[in-house]
Design a protein around this ligand. Sequence first.
Ligand SMILES: C[S@@+](CC[C@H](N)C(=O)[O-])C[C@H]1O[C@@H](n2cnc3c(N)ncnc32)[C@H](O)[C@@H]1O
Length: 720
Amino acid sequence: MAMEIPPAEDIALEEDAVLREKIYHEAAAQFEKKFQFQPLPANTPLPPLDTLYSGPPYTVPALEEQKRRLNEVKNRLNDFEISDWHQHTRKRSSLLPILNELRYRIRAEFVTQAFAKLYECVSAYELIDGQQQELYSVHLCEAPGAFVTGLNHYIRLHCAPRTKWAWFACTLNPHYEGNCPGNMIPDDRFILHTLGSWCFGADGTGDIMVRENRDAIIKRSQRFPTVHLVTADGSIDCLNVPEEQEERVAKLHLAETVLALSVLSPGQHFVLKMFTLFEHSSVSLLFLLNHCFDELHVFKPCTSKPGNSEVYIVAKHYRQPNGIEQYLDQIYTNLQDEARAIFNRTTIPDTFLEQLRTCTTQFVQWQTDVIESNIRFYRTSDPLEDQRLALFKQTILEIFFTQYHITPIRNNHRIVHRAKVSEGLNINQKESRGTFNERTQLAAAADASVTETLRSLCDRLDHLTLTRQLFHPQATLNDPLQEGDPDNGFAPVQHRLFFAIGKPIERVKSSKFALITCIRLLNDTVDLVRRVVKEQEIPFPQGEPITVAGNTVTISIASYPSIADNIAQHEKQLFRTIVHTVLELIGQNYVDNLPVAAYDPIELVVQNWLPLTQVSVGLLYLLKQCVFEEVEQSSPTRLVFRRLRKSALTSLVGMHDAVLKAYTRASSLPGPAKSVLAIVPIKVLLCGSFQYALLNYNNALCLFYCARLLEELQRHLNVD
Ligand SMILES: C[S@@+](CC[C@H](N)C(=O)[O-])C[C@H]1O[C@@H](n2cnc3c(N)ncnc32)[C@H](O)[C@@H]1O
């Protein structure tokens, strides 16, 4: 019997339906990148304490095989220009439509990718009990803070309206100038509005790998009657060493886990970001969690970039095994131990490793599929694929909002009122250019010779000078006072002081008051000067770092390399010198008990002052706010303070005494050395046009420092 042939349009419709069905399944699968370890029977003991750190590091052949498979595919990306590649993968990713929807339709607070990922983890694993009247959460490695806003959104939609929720978060402090920008997220837009909810530890750095900070975080968590949820989203920049990512972040993940298990209440949950799970450190960590929780899941949220190795470990129902504190303490003490594995290989059952093999095989497969398809469509134009992709993204978007039921929340349920966090200033965006191979070659070349490094620094200086952008070009340091300042601008100096004490800043690596690219160039220049001085035994012109002549305090640029690693000390000296100079000027003018102001004009000139830290900027602020009425930047290197205030003398003396007392208090604190980190609240310094004017001034002066130092080097080395 002859077969009946359906009309062409029916075939087209049928094909379309099949395609849609296929795309729907593919899209739905993005929400199911999950693995669960088999729960261990209650009270399964951990290996004896004395077997910890008793054996050498080891590899697991089945995991090594997965690692090799993944690296093989990843290595194919090494010659792709990174910004091009990112643009290509961004275009193919389903993330942007979701984020746009969250931002513009849901109008959620401070939406970033982290917001969406956290929302997925909490929803997919029901980590918040909607019946609770009170909830408490702790967020580790949390800047810029979108896990917090994501959780708030979830709580507002899923818990009773009167549910009380309190949280605090820890992270490398974006305001601590000694923190390395590569490890930290300098975006403080949310943090500035919620400073009281952030714990930067005992030394102010926020580094959770420092014991006194760990203790401070544990102590702070004890203010909460229960801790229902701990999240830990730590990562550090491994762009140039992707194959070492797992080992580099292993210590951080262990520190996060130790802290989480120290603060979490029994029965509660923990979310931890990890990357690949091939090394013995990951084996030990997951093995520990398997013992400590009823449920242990590995989850790749649909909003996590599908081509990277990021996964979230979701550990539910903390068992808080007896004696766990000793294990945690031992692990924390040995964080830096690279010579031994936490759990001896002989104490890890093969059944556990077999589960891990299944898990990694699955996640590697998902990841390599994505990378390979991204490679296939790189720089090609395929209308069919574009059509498929558009449908795929649309389907993911629909599933996302249907599955997670995200709707808007009321404005007064946001964490920050009266300000739109996302609209704040975020000056230091991440930047990376070139291919991976180019970047490694560049690093190698820079290492190779002094002349090459010098040349590359000069090129960077030219580039930064030519592309330097001005923030609010009209801004002046003389910014009128902020709203709410009493006395039409004058408040006694004591009311303006606020001291932060912590680890003395050795080198300034980041600052809210200059672009990180400028600071990085200055530091690289300083390193080269030091290298030349050391290797070639060339005497670099130095002299006193600070000199005074009449009313002018001058900081020597040539001596910057010698003070660059002891900024805290230099600042203290500068503070003293400036205050003494002004006091002396007043003394010289002060005759017969007449008011100081009658002997105008007293001017203070400070040359080459590069105020990058909160202490320096605080001093500048106090000088302009309490001692003088006006500050003018009379040239790129000169600040002139004019028109002494009536209360200048009292302010200066008050300032001097209080600040020096704070230094004394800092140095007498027990534990690792401490110094003064701030003398005025950071929020005050980041207000109004003052901060923009300072940014512009500092960026230019930073480059001027670089130019002077590089010129000096060129002269010494006889290089053009
Ligand atoms: C990916 S971000 C976290 C994003 C965050 N969850 C959010 O939702 O916005 C990683 C964070 O790890 C933090 N971090 C890295 N090393 C750290 C350390 N040693 N101590 C504390 N925080 C650290 C960085 O400061 C950074 O803020």
